[in-house]
Design a protein around this ligand. Sequence first.
Ligand code: NAD
Length: 288
Amino acid sequence: MTIAFLGLGNMGGPMAANLVKAGHDVIGFDVSPQARATAAQQGVTAVDRIPDAVSTADTIITMLPNGAIVRGCYEELLPFVQTGALLIDSSTISVDDARALHTLAAERGLEQIDAPVSGGVKGATAGTLAFMIGGTDEAVGAARSVLDPMAGKIIHCGGSGAGQAAKLCNNMLLAVQQIAVAEAFTLAEKLGLQDQALYDVITGATGNCWAIESNCPVPGPAPASPANNDFAPGFAAALMNKDLGLAMDAVVSTGARAPLGEHAAQIYRVFSDRFPNLDFSAVINTLR
Ligand code: NAD
C-alpha cells in the first residue's frame, strides 16, 4: 500500500517508520527539513510538497500540532487526492475540528476518520499506540490493516468526532487523578507516612489508578515513572495543557458540568506556563 504521512515529528516520525517496517511505501511530508531528513533515514520517501506526497497514496495520515494546521493541510491536499483514498487524522484536535475535516472530505466523496492516540513517543516507537476512532464502520474496517503496525489497541468509539471525544474525556480524567494522587502523597508526607507504604496500600485498594501505579509522582515505588528521572516526560505538561484546553472548549460548547476538570485545567495552565517540558506528574511540586 502507498501511504502519505504528513507531520513527521516526535510521534509521526516513529509511526511512519513502523509503516515502512510493515512493508508499505511511505511518502512523508513535513515543513521541517530536519524532520524530513530523519524520516528519510528510516526508509520514508521524503518530499517537500504536499501534492507529491498525496497524489499516488491509497491512505493519507496526518499527525500535526493542532486543528488549524490540519484544516490548512486538508484544504491544500484534497484537490490532489485520488478517488477511493482513505484519510486518517491522528492529531489531537477538537471534536468540532474533527467533524469539519470529515465534512470537507465527504464533500469530495472521500472517507475520513479521526484516530487520535495515547501511548506517547514510547508507544509510537514500539508500535503499541492505543487508537480511539470515530468514523463509519466501512472506513474503520479499511483503516485497521493500516493502523495495525502502529497499534497495541484499536477502539471504534462511534461516528465522526467520537475518537477525539474519547481522548479528551480520558485526559481530563487523568489530569484530575494525577493531581489527586499528588495531594494524597503530600498529605501522607505531612502525616509521617512512608511513600512506599502509601503506594502499596493504594495500588491494592480502591484508590488505584494509572496515575499512581505507573506514573507515581514520588521516586522509588514505581521505578519507571518520570519522578525517578527528574520528571523528564513521559507526557509533557504542555501537551496535557493543550488537551485540557480542548476538553474545556467542549465543556463550554456542550454545557456539560465539570468543576474538577475546570480546576485541573486551571492548575495545569499555570504549571505548564512555567514547566512546559516536565512530565505532568511534576505538578506535585506545586503542592509542596
Ligand atoms: P511535534 O511537534 O513533534 O510534531 C509535529 C510535526 O508537524 C512537526 O515535525 C512539524 O514540523 C510538523 N508540521 C507543522 N506544521 C506542518 C504543516 N503545515 N505541514 C506539515 N507538517 C507540519 O508533535 P508530536 O508530539 O509529534 O504530536 C503530534 C500530534 O500528536 C499532536 O496533535 C499531539 O497533541 C498528539 N499527541 C502527542 C503525544 C506525545 O506524547 N507527543 C501523545 C499523543 C498525542
